[in-house]
Design a protein around this ligand. Structure first.
Ligand SMILES: [Zn+2]
Length: 54
C-alpha cells in the first residue's frame, strides 16, 4: 500500500498515512495533533528517473 504524506494547514504538523487508494477516497484524514480536517496532501516518494546523464 502506498504511503501518503500530509501536512496540516492549521498547525503545520507533518504526518504520513499508509492506505489503499480505496481508503484514500473514503477516509477523512485528520491532523493527529490538532484534529483539524484541513490537511494538505503532499506528493512524495515519486522519484522520476527518466533522464540520466553520465
Ligand atoms: Zn494540525
Amino acid at each position: 500500500m502506498p504511503t501518503y504524506e500530509y501536512r496540516c494547514a492549521k498547525c503545520g504538523k507533518r504526518f504520513s498515512k499508509t492506505m489503499s487508494v480505496k481508503e484514500l477516497e473514503s477516509v477523512k484524514v485528520k491532523c493527529p495533533k490538532c484534529s483539524s480536517a484541513r490537511v494538505v496532501r503532499e506528493i512524495s516518494g515519486f522519484f522520476a528517473n527518466t533522464s540520466r546523464k553520465s
